[in-house]
Design a protein around this ligand. Structure first.
Ligand code: ZN
Length: 518
């Protein structure tokens, strides 16, 4: 072998070696940001920041300032400069909605975004890649990240109706949602076993309705002051809170508070689990007036453009015999009690429209033939794959309605990994199921799809101390699916979530590392 050939071969071997190292390193960088960024390039250099961090330009909001001061650059002196700082923020309206870019070179970190949320997402990425080299030094690998959300609507739902959670717990999960780049917190506030939102016009909803169940953690409600505080807290973190007042079913707690709102006032029974046919009476004008008054306070309290009005699991046994409900059906020329529910939901949706809001309904309201025009502010929440496969989606699509995909197979975080209490084998869900069998995924890129949700229901006594066992690590998969359309193998994803273990543990989350893959 002559020298030239030797050099060519050795250069080739060296290039393969470097490329292999880059590939490995490339994954290890990827593995440090969850959800995965859409695209990135990494370079060999490092940015070192010691003792002081100079910032040029305005820090976008207080939350970002807090993460910078109390976490990423904690212990360093903060210096504000007019130009050439180590860190700068730049508005760039050319970037996709809520997208961001991070560029790190040997001198500085440059963050660009078209919106406040984009800046928040950039910081959520940055805090995951900082290297704490010493108490007063920080290092960053030089890189470029270009990132933007796949879905416009990315939500987590917590059921505070069946079980009450402390406001500190709610804040902890709002923080988690922000880290995972979700933007809507769907807050399920009313159930048969508890009414959790203060409505000033109807005080018995909370003096009676928040204490109808017997469990220790099934007592209590959120005052409007507490809710206002949570709304502000969430907004700072890029999250809008969507309240759900579930009607006409799942309403036993409200009916126990004001029995005259039901069809048969003398017989309100609080279910231990599940739901009953005790519904708000759709034939009673006073009940309709009550509902509008409740939603008026809800609209005044929550700035969210969306209000969830439920509509699920409302058996019509009582409506089928109630003289007032039957009279309403007759007067309006409706076919049956299912059409009566659609009429009721339409009344509320139109009322919300007058308040400038969209109304989100569970898919149940469109399971039957629709012969009347629906309000144009209606959004369908598709959930019941287990019961009706994609009926809710296809019906909504045919009706031209926007759709949120949150199928129980498999975005339901309350499904345990193994049978537990009332959850039989067909209501279990492993990490593998979420990763490969999530039925919502096939519809995410449809033009009528708004985005994806994941729900954590708290039936069968899922108390606060059990929530994180249900959340982790499956919520990582779901958040990643909402954010990023690219797929990596489950094995690589397991490496990613393993790499994030310390990060989430350091923030006080009990990340379950003994999960069952299949
Ligand atoms: Zn009735």
């Amino acid at each position: 072998m002559n020298l030239k050939t030797y050099n060519i071969i050795s250069q080739f071997i060296m290039q393969v070696f470097i490329y292999t190292c880059m590939m490995n390193y490339s994954f290890s960088l990827k593995a440090q940001i969850l959800p995965l960024p859409h695209s990135y390039s990494i370079f060999s250099d490092t940015l070192k920041i010691g003792k002081a961090i100079s910032i040029s330009g305005k820090i976008p909001n207080n939350y970002i300032k807090e993460i910078l001061e109390q976490e990423i650059f904690k212990g360093l002196q903060f210096v504000q400069t007019s130009s050439s700082g180590n860190l700068s923020f730049h508005d760039d309206k050319q970037l996709p909605m809520d997208g961001y870019q991070i560029q790190i070179d040997k001198q500085k970190i440059t963050i660009k975004s078209s919106s406040l949320n984009g800046y928040i997402y950039a910081i959520q990425s940055l805090r995951q890649i900082v290297i704490y080299s010493s108490p007063t030094d920080r290092k960053f690998q030089c890189l470029t990240i270009k990132d933007a959300p796949r879905c416009k609507y990315r939500s987590f739902m917590l059921d505070s109706g069946r079980q009450y959670q402390k406001t500190e717990t709610i804040k902890k999960y709002i923080d988690l949602m922000s880290i995972l780049k979700m933007n809507y917190f769907h807050w399920h506030l009313t159930e048969g076993t508890g009414w959790r939102i203060e409505i000033k016009q109807y005080p018995k909803l909370t003096t009676i309705g928040s204490h109808v169940a017997h469990g220790k953690e099934q007592q209590g409600f959120y005052s409007q002051e507490e809710i206002k505080d949570l709304i502000i807290y969430a907004k700072e973190r890029g999250i809008t809170i969507i309240p759900e007042i579930d009607i006409p079913g799942h309403s036993e707690a409200a009916l126990a508070s004001y029995p005259s709102l039901g069809c048969y006032p003398d017989t309100v029974v609080i279910p231990e689990n599940g739901f009953t046919d005790q519904l708000f009476c759709a034939g009673n004008d006073s009940t309709l007036c009550f509902l509008k008054n409740v939603f008026k306070e809800v609209c005044n309290l929550f700035p969210s453009p969306y209000i969830h009005i439920g509509g699920d699991e409302a058996p019509k046994g009582r409506w089928d015999t109630c003289p007032r409900c039957q009279n309403r059906i007759k007067v309006l020329g409706l076919k049956n009690s299912h059409e009566l529910q659609l009429w009721l939901m339409t009344q509320i949706a139109e009322y919300l429209k007058a308040q400038g809001k969209y109304a989100i309904c569970w898919e149940d309201i469109i399971h039957h033939d629709i012969t009347t025009a629906l309000p144009d502010n209606l959004i369908i929440h598709w959930w019941n794959w287990r019961g009706y496969k994609d009926l809710g989606f296809t019906q909504a699509r045919a009706l031209g309605l926007p759709i949120i995909c949150g199928t129980n197979y498999y975005t339901y975080l309350n499904f345990p990994e193994k049978p537990w209490k009332g959850y039989q084998q067909d209501r279990t869900c492993t990490l593998y199921d979420v990763y490969y069998k999530n039925q919502s995924l096939s519809k995410l890129d449809d033009h009528q799809t708004l985005g994806m949700s994941c729900c954590l229901w708290t039936d069968y006594g899922l108390t606060e101390n059990m929530l994180e066992d249900r959340l982790f690590p499956r919520i990582f998969v779901l958040a990643n699916q909402m954010w990023n359309s690219q797929t990596i193998s489950l094995n690589d994803f397991l490496i990613l979530i393993q790499a994030k273990n310390n990060f989430f543990s350091s923030l006080g989350y009990e990340v379950n590392s003994t999960y069952q893959v299949r």
